[in-house]
Design a protein. Sequence first.
Length: 210
Amino acid sequence: MKLILLGAPGAGKGTQAEIICSKLNIPAISTGNILREAIKNGTAIGLEAKSYMDAGKLVPDSVIVGVVKERLAADDCKDGYILDGMPRTVAQAEALDEMGVVIDTVLSLEVEDEVIEKRMSGRRVCEGCGASYHIQHKQPKVEGVCDSCGGKLICRKDDAPETVRDRLHVYHEQTEPLKDYYEKQGKLTKVNGQDGLEDTTRLVFRALGI
């Protein structure tokens, strides 16, 4: 199964990707990770990407898709994969299609903005050990104190309401049009994200027929 997961930041894509990968024994291909790997290994396309980054420029879609295609040719991808963080724009989706990267299903996790804001702004992370909590769903025994190491719990800048709203705006503007793009290809499946992780996973498995 060759799969793309779509969804706003905080919709739970990363968690569901891990669960699907474990269930189907396929890799999650993270664009950021493979870009770093290609640069480290000194591949031709990795060096091309590095030349843009060294010059302080954005790596063009054609180069990013080239790195992705190179990675998808590896043995561990022969039974399928999940693309994580790619495509982010319709232009990237078109570049994937032009390079012959075949996608079976595009799964969109649908979660309302208000729910995401509440979910993300309620997150708390331990300064010491990095353990995660939530003011509603996973409270520490003592408010503001980590159960594991006694460290101080903080709200990360990424989870601050204004940052979350900015990230949602970028998603709606740049990435959400992908839903129309893949719907026209007959590849889009929507799943409504639930409050409970297991409930969302059950709907995801049902949508994918696994």
